[in-house]
Design a protein around this ligand. Sequence first.
Ligand SMILES: [Zn+2]
Length: 156
Amino acid sequence: MSRNNAPTFKFRSELVFNDIVTFCENAVLLKDFAPKEIAILFYHIGPSDIKIIYEMSNPVCECGSKLHKHDLINWNMDKKYPIFKYRYICPKCKKTIITPLEPIVKKGCNYTEDIRVMTMNLYSKEHISYANATKFLNEAYNLNLSRQSTYNFNDK
Ligand SMILES: [Zn+2]
């Protein structure tokens, strides 16, 4: 067997996570398009004092100015994972904006979109009651959803 096909490159973490993850001294920065599974991965493998922070991939204000990082906002993802989001400030119009994570979580919803959609599907497609859907998801994902929050998913 020829050795010509043997891989000659080495995996480096920076390459594997290219564009999605930046490693800092005390933080792991995730771009706003990073799936929530990446955040959960670092929650499990990172040292407990490492902050997992979502940042904007294109921090530009509506007025066209580049946004500056202002401070960190706590976000308890799925009321389980301690994640942070950067809040930005526009140096020109002084507007602030918290890193939007629309594909991951809808505005005003406490739980991420996949959990919300799964609950809705269990109810509407599988005809499983909200109570049982809640129980199932809590056991499957080790969450602490309340029946009330699954009712509220209907409104989104
Ligand atoms: Zn602005």
